[in-house]
Write a protein that binds this ligand. Sequence first.
Ligand code: C2E
Ligand code: MG
Ligand code: MG
Ligand code: MG
Length: 287
Amino acid sequence: HADAAMHEAKQNRTGFCRFQGENRQDAAARLSLLGDLRRAVEDPEQLTLHYQPKVAVDTGELVGVEALARWHHPERGPVSPADFIPVLEVTNLMHRFTERVLTMALRQARTWLDAGHRVPIAVNVSARSLLDPQFPDRVATLLADSGVPGDLLSIEVTEYALMSDPDTAIRALHRLRESGVKASIDDYGTGYSSMTYLKLLPIAELKIDRSFVLDMADDNSSRALVASTVELGHRLGLTVVAEGVEDEAAVQALREIGCDTAQGYHFAKPMTAEALTTQLRETLQVA
Ligand code: C2E
Ligand code: MG
Ligand code: MG
Ligand code: MG
């Protein structure tokens, strides 16, 4: 997990980004993966984005998409972001990666705009990128270069990214807001947001982690946690998204609870831009 990896790397004060308990083979594998990643980040054949719809719980209308990185390794085939994001997270290559992802997402937003579809896009941003003092200016430049209005872009950041250095994170989020870019807390409920920071953070959306959503239909405590998070979010003026919605029972529960937005395999899996474009033309209406 990226956050855990970063946490471990930070804890090591020697200046070497080593992983606890990592043996020589793991280290070699990581280095070779890193070399491959360095090439992949610049190669549009290897690094692509898939897009997963976010839909309104009450109407089923598309309210936006989340961009998810996909790496097709020339020999190994597809490598999961769960495997390569933590490797990037402990190196400066993460900055370039984030820039590439933002560039690709904004190019797609522009293409959709030109075709008459106003599709808000959310991009996942790691702690390392968010806390980079140059990040908000880079985003502003990329927006200007792409000609996409800032309010069509949002970023998803985990609680860990926000809590590891809250002052820097808050400053970054305020500067992003000046470009019209809003922020969501991703995987909400799995980290350690304190109430104090939830009050201070300039965020617009909470995304409830799928672990709570998955067993909500038959687990009363998960359901209670989702319901109270939705209420908390609404009282703070935030939009609340449930991720990992896999069946109609979950949708029904979310409707009863009053959750705004849902995302998950029940509605759509992450798909290529081409596949999403077809759906935009045929079924999904942008709300
Ligand atoms: P995330 O941001 O929480 O994204 C949601 C993950 O859940 C995605 O996995 C998505 O494919 C998966 N998912 C969506 N709906 C369902 C569902 O109904 N059931 C289940 N079981 N899973 C569902 P993916 O694409 O493998 O990405 C994993 C994580 O990697 C993401 O979690 C995010 O933290 C990270 N990631 C992906 N792309 C990027 C990126 O461009 N930059 C950064 N920094 N992180 C990224
Ligand atoms: Mg996300
Ligand atoms: Mg998430
Ligand atoms: Mg998650």
